[in-house]
Design a binder for this molecule. Structure first.
Ligand code: SAM
Length: 217
């Protein structure tokens, strides 16, 4: 297993990133503290480590990306995580977002369709010492055996809100999902008000890799 080093340079860059996120409007102190704690550069190949604290998405293989730190912070803030929340993430990717959620003491379930990414992500989650339940498959179908979830986070761009996922949201639960076309998506929060009533709030524009699956692209 790789022995990762958190140099003063990286610690400083991470602190600076947290300041930038604050300036861009992230105000949830718990989210900012989690970003300030998790070493994002551990998720990068050593050659590209110097890019880890730029507020940018970065390739992780299989044509996928580790999301931009602002996007991770923005989506996490919208989820309003309380300790013990049962959270389903669709799109494990690098595992970075899983670590942020686990640091906020959420009970995390995460689905990734690329096995190669999931293997690496699981190693990272283990390295950080968190426990996350993972599954390789089509996340648009959710995780029926574990539903309902207090929070659902989709980290890939969807053409529509998958009905199957919405049905797996607990009453009072929140789903955060980017919805749009291949070029750009609007961040949407869905709050489940009752067994039949869902309240939708449409927020700002983002650009994600596509959500591929039965209820995706
Ligand atoms: N949350 C990730 C992180 O912290 O690194 C970043 C996610 S990346 C922007 C989107 C991920 O969603 C990709 O890894 C992609 O393979 C995955 N994905 C796309 N469609 C999916 C689906 N139907 N089910 C599960 N994963 C999916």
């Amino acid at each position: 297993m790789t022995n990762y080093i958190d140099s003063y340079k990286n610690k400083g860059a991470r602190k600076k990133l947290v300041g930038e996120l604050r300036e861009k409007g992230i105000h949830d102190e718990q989210v900012l503290a989690a970003i300030g704690k998790i070493q994002r550069h551990y998720f990068f190949n050593k050659t590209f480590e110097s890019h880890a604290y730029e507020d940018k998405a970065f390739p992780i293989g299989e044509g996928q990306t580790i999301s931009q730190p602002y996007t991770v912070a923005y989506q996490t803030q919208l989820l309003q995580i309380s300790p013990g929340d049962k959270v389903l993430e669709i799109g494990t990717g690098s595992g970075y977002q899983c670590c942020i959620l686990a640091e906020l003491k959420a009970n995390v379930y995460s689905i990734e369709r690329h096995d190669a990414l999931l293997i690496k992500a699981k190693e990272m989650i283990q390295y950080f010492g968190y426990h996350v339940n993972t599954l390789c498959g089509d996340g648009t179908k959710g995780w029926p055996a574990e539903a309902p979830f207090d929070k659902i986070l989709v980290t890939a761009g969807a053409p529509v809100i998958p009905k199957t996922l919405a049905a797996q949201l607990a009453i009072g639960g929140i789903m955060v999902i980017p919805v749009g076309d291949e070029k750009s998506q609007k961040m949407i929060t869905v709050v489940r008000k009752s067994s039949t009533k869902f309240e939708k709030i449409v927020l700002s524009d983002f650009k994600f890799v596509p959500l591929i699956g039965a209820e995706g692209w």
